[in-house]
Ligand binder design. Sequence first.
Ligand code: COA
Length: 149
Amino acid sequence: MSARPAIIPMASADIDQVLELERNIYPFPWTRGNFADSLASGYSAWLARTGDELAGYALLLLAGEEAQLLNLSVAPARQRTGLGSSLFEHLCRVARAGGGQRLFLEVRRSNAQALAFYRHHGLRQIGERRAYYPAAGGREDAIVMELPL
Ligand SMILES: CC(C)(COP(=O)(O)OP(=O)(O)OC[C@H]1O[C@@H](n2cnc3c(N)ncnc32)[C@H](O)[C@@H]1OP(=O)(O)O)[C@@H](O)C(=O)NCCC(=O)NCCS
């Protein structure tokens, strides 16, 4: 495995590679349209890349003082090496620079690694959304978390 990935803006030309990783990570992945619409809408979208290797990506929606973390993903072989933290801290800097005061996100109740990661970064649960996500046996709740920026 090579050097520390650089964090750079995501472009439309990257969507094929992003989709490949997205489908590798999630049982219910985002679609090509989700990524294309996010870029077309001007959401803040970033890659962590070393040469040809896509190590991760992250997307943020900033609306006034509120930032919504839409997607944060690290390639399995790169997980637990601090890359998710680098991407997350990058999003927080972008949000603050754009006037964001609070960051929100939703995460599956069963996603223990993401819940541990977000708690590690100081997010607190502020609510839940019942049956928010599709799941193998029906639907799954989302945990809603917040971080003051
Ligand atoms: C969640 C995710 C983005 C974290 O990225 P990462 O690069 O693996 O995390 P980091 O290495 O920066 O971890 C930082 C800290 O978070 C916590 N953490 C991360 N993964 C963890 C795990 N599997 N179990 C427990 N704690 C974990 C730890 O406190 C860790 O610090 P430590 O390694 O010094 O103990 C990554 O695991 C991932 O892409 N998961 C699959 C996609 C996903 O679920 N995304 C979130 C959707 S809401």
